[in-house]
Design a protein around this ligand. Structure first.
Ligand SMILES: [Zn+2]
Length: 412
């Protein structure tokens, strides 16, 4: 029975967002939290972008060391054979790729401006798929950018060509958020039936329907007999109006009327980490979580009106679809209100040892404390904000990986 998988693209689409970004350590923490949560795959970055190389390699090493347990790390590049070659040159350990190319007439004529025909687009894509396979890719997804403004017959032709060249998945991109649940259902079903590959659903929120479109598209893929892979981002952060929010997508797939019985999520998703991952992304992106964000917003469980408050106190199910505990909310939080010693780029070893001691981390000797402190200082320089506890613990546990993440020397 086909199932729905989650591919989070925060570290690709999320960081592509205008005016927002993450440090390499923050991107790593996102991968760690997604792994803990049980998300199938993280689109963890850009293998042809040189300042990503150390970060990507370090995270692939983290997989080998068991620091990332079950999540698959996949890189996003253009579907061009020379980009595939560059990706393997810069990140030799990369094994999972998504190859992207525009498929709509609008893009082919408006963006490529006569440099490529529709046949050229397919040719370029299959050459990239062949190159990726030859260089050792274990899984390859092909992305039809602007898929929702692409003629369905051409999309099928594109998908069949990808399949013939042994691509593993077809990503249908509603790049502009143009679809609605009815149209994306039909398209995803037609693609699943006619292409015969698992379908990735990539939605944007320009018309306020990213999550609704994601589960409708997933349903289409499953009804067409194929697995679905929904693309999400944490807190819905993404280009323009954003992508399908990770937590809201999980809630929609598991809690909405009658959906989960016929269209189940694969694997065990730990919803309990929802609050933690949302808060971390909000802090790292310096972007507040909207008050009314499903599940994790400040007001998601707030009741003021007399009738609702009375009802929810008698029985929470009167006015709540799910409990705050399920999302990992409600635990008391420790907030320093007195003296506070922070670890910053100009910290000294005594203050730093004090902070780490509070988290029950002790150092063998002064040299070790100094080494970790030095890495923490560098991490501060990159992030330009105090590190969270999990980041400090990560650096103490994986100093070699941290060093690599923080090494931003341009490659030769
Ligand atoms: Zn996108």
């Amino acid at each position: 029975m086909p199932k729905i998988y989650l591919i989070d693209v925060t570290n690709r689409d999320g960081v592509q967002t205008a005016k927002l970004g993450l440090s390499k350590l923050e991107k790593t923490m996102v991968n760690i939290y997604l792994d803990e949560m049980g998300v199938f795959q993280s689109e963890f970055g850009f293998p042809t972008t040189r300042h990503e190389s150390h970060y990507l390699e370090a995270n692939l090493e983290l997989v080998e060391m068991g620091g990332l347990k079950s999540i698959r790390l996949e890189g996003w590049i253009r579907a061009i054979a020379s980009d595939v070659e560059l990706a393997f040159k810069l990140v030799p350990k990369i094994r999972h790729l998504n190859l992207s190319i525009s498929t709509s007439d609008q893009m082919i004529y408006g963006k490529f401006q006569g440099k490529m025909t529709k046949d050229d687009v397919i040719k370029e894509m299959v050459e990239a798929v062949d190159a990726a396979r030859e260089l050792g890719a274990e899984s390859i997804g092909v992305n039809a950018e602007d898929g929702s403004r692409t003629d369905l017959n051409y999309l099928i032709k594109f998908g069949l060509a990808a399949k013939e060249h042994k691509a593993d998945r077809f990503r249908y991109c509603d790049t502009l958020g143009y679809d609605n649940p009815f149209t994306i259902y039909e398209t995803a079903k037609a693609l699943a039936e006619n292409v015969g590959l698992p379908i990735e659903i990539h939605c944007h929120g320009d018309l306020g329907m990213a999550v609704a479109n994601s589960i409708a598209g997933a349903r289409g893929a499953l009804d067409g007999g194929q697995d679905a892979y929904i693309n999400t981002t944490i807190n819905g952060i993404g280009e323009r109006a954003g992508n399908a929010d990770l937590v809201a997508t999980i809630l929609a797939a598991t809690k909405s009327k009658g959906f989960a019985e016929k269209y189940p999520l694969a694997g065990a998703i730990k919803l309990k980490l929802a609050s933690k991952i949302a808060k971390f992304a909000s802090y790292a992106f310096k972007e507040p979580i909207p008050k009314n964000q499903p599940g994790v917003g400040e007001n998601a469980f707030a009741h003021a009106s007399g009738i609702h408050a009375d009802g929810v106190l008698k029985d929470p199910e009167n006015y709540e679809l799910y409990s705050f505990e399920e999302l990992g909310r409600g635990e008391p939080e420790k907030v320093e209100t007195g003296r506070e010693i922070c670890a910053g780029e100009y910290s000294g070893v005594s203050g730093f040892s004090h902070i780490m001691g509070k988290m029950e981390v002790t150092f063998k000797n002064k040299e070790e404390a100094n080494e970790i402190l030095e890495l923490v200082r560098y991490a501060n320089v990159e992030a330009q904000k105090p590190l969270v506890e999990d980041e400090l613990l990560f650096i103490a546990k994986y100093p070699k990986i941290a060093r690599k993440l923080l090494t931003l020397t341009p490659l030769g």
